[in-house]
Design a binder for this molecule. Structure first.
Ligand code: BJW
Ligand code: ZN
Length: 251
């Protein structure tokens, strides 16, 4: 692959704070489906309103919790890819030269953390944390066994448990939003990787970063509604583009 990486690589080489925002495309090469891909995405097969809203869980907790548990176990069986590894490499290089690196992810699969990324904020929650809808008791579920019965029961009070992911109409975790706002106001390079940039508030981050003066780069094989906002769009898969970009920046 030959991309014109020089300008963005140069910006990364001298940046003092890099903010990376990732979406489902960052995990696609690990075998995890995206949401909006016309053929293989989740929403090609399922109606998001029947699975990713609080009302859906209220109406059919068995269906919703079974679907999320399937995704939890599938994600557990997947491995981080070359794109995840490249982000670990640049975080470590930044730490060595005293620069800051913040990874804001919409992904709930924990692949960044498993790859070795340290400063990660999960904006849409996690497939691995399940909390009680009654007493709010939360537990980490990283065993490969199914969480049956559906919905799984709370060990504390016997109530129904749900995945701690952020559904449509729900607020994002306060601590992750605060970290994002702070990072966006101080970054000098903003890298958007594998997101269609249609879901708010994250879709608004690129504009915020640009308003703060950051050099903005999009990594995606396809154009998005926001592509026009970026200083550079690198068209390709995260697993191809990120290693090349990071090597050019660190080389
Ligand atoms: C590759 C690749 C490769 C492929 N390499 N790339 C303002 C304006 C309009 C609407 C709203 C607004 N504010 C709030 C809303 C409502 C709503 C919203 O944004 N709706 C839009 C759809 C219009 N937002 C919310 O409800 C949010 N809450 C909120 O704002 O609270 C405040 C509030 C509350 C009540 C009222 C008003 C305000 C919450 C959003 C939660 C989103 N949840 C989901 C499900 C999470 C759990 C789960 O995993 O099931 O999050 S939806 C789904 O979309 C998931 C994702 O994180 C999210 C983003 O998707 P993503 O990651 O971009 O994936 P795709 O599939 O869309 O794109 C993949 C991309 O990868 C593509 O571009 C490919 O080309 C690319 N790709 N292979 C690189 N190898
Ligand atoms: Zn409980």
């Amino acid at each position: 692959m030959t991309l014109n990486l020089a300008e963005s690589a140069g910006r990364l080489r001298s940046a003092t704070h890099l903010v990376v925002v990732t979406g489902a495309g960052a995990s696609a090469e690990s075998g995890i489906p995206t949401f909006r891909d016309a053929l293989s995405g989740h929403w090609a097969k399922y109606d998001p309103m029947q699975l990713a809203t609080p009302q859906a869980f209220e109406n059919n907790p068995a269906l919703v919790s079974r679907w999320y548990d399937r995704r939890r176990r599938d994600a557990l069986a997947c491995q981080p890819n070359a794109g995840h590894a490249a982000l670990v490499k640049i975080e470590q290089a930044y730490a060595a030269r005293g620069a800051r690196f913040t990874l804001l992810t919409q992904n709930v699969d924990r692949l960044h953390q498993r790859a070795g990324s340290r400063n990660v904020h999960e904006l849409h929650g996690s497939l691995y944390r399940w909390r009680c809808t009654g007493c709010q008791h939360a537990a980490l579920e990283d065993r490969p066994e199914p969480l049956e019965p559906y919905p799984p029961r709370c060990a504390n009070c016997g109530g129904s448990r749900r995945p701690s992911v952020v559904w449509f109409g729900e607020m994002l975790p306060e601590d992750a939003v605060a970290a994002a706002e702070h990072a966006l106001s101080t970054c000098d390079v903003y890298l958007s990787v594998g997101t269609s940039s249609v879901v708010y508030p994250v879709a608004g981050f690129a504009q915020t970063a640009q308003d703060a003066g950051a050099w903005c780069v999009e990594v995606n094989p396809e154009p998005t509604d926001l592509s026009g906002l970026f200083h550079q769009c690198l068209r390709g898969k995260a697993g191809d583009v990120l290693p090349e970009l990071v090597d050019a920046a660190l080389g």
